[in-house]
Design a protein around this ligand. Structure first.
Ligand code: ZN
Length: 152
């Protein structure tokens, strides 16, 4: 795949809070300003593009919009008990910490955990649904010095 287009992280970002598996420090509720870089590779199309930059940027922004400013909940976690009622989500951890969030502030993700690695894979999967024939790499920065990527 000789050609590649890159959507730079300076323009594609979202803020979210999460907590990871105990007993790590990150098991406490905290937040990040996440920055997303997406790379697409393929042969050129009939317009001599890998993909139209403007279209790609718009698509990636539409993928991250639903998770922006949300508490991210890993729906497939084996470490959390999750209870839902009409307006709220209650979560009990293995050490019996109990969180209750307004449903409107949460976003369930089909993940076992909301690590940067799995969030990168989640975003990658959504990009792949749109561009199934491209080689795709997603890099997710959770701080200036820490990032994770997934590619396929
Ligand atoms: Zn974190």
């Amino acid at each position: 795949m000789p050609y590649k287009v890159i959507i730079n992280s300076t323009q594609v970002k979202f803020s979210a809070s999460h907590f990871l598996k105990e007993p790590f420090k990150c098991s406490r509720l905290h937040g990040h300003n996440y920055y997303v870089t997406v790379e697409l590779s393929s042969e050129l199309d009939e317009n001599y593009f890998v993909v139209d930059f403007i279209e790609l940027k718009k698509k990636v922004k539409s993928i991250i919009k639903p998770i922006d400013h949300c508490v991210l909940i890993p729906k497939l976690s084996q470490d959390l008990e999750i209870y839902e009622d009409k307006d709220s989500i209650e979560i009990i951890t293995r050490t019996k910490k109990r969180y209750v969030f307004p449903k409107s502030d949460t976003m369930f993700l089909p993940l076992r955990a909301t690590t940067s690695e799995l969030l990168a894979k989640y975003i990658h999967g959504k990009v792949k649904e749109i561009y199934p024939n491209k080689h795709i790499k997603v890099i997710l920065e959770e701080s200036k010095s820490t990032m994770a990527s997934y590619e396929d």
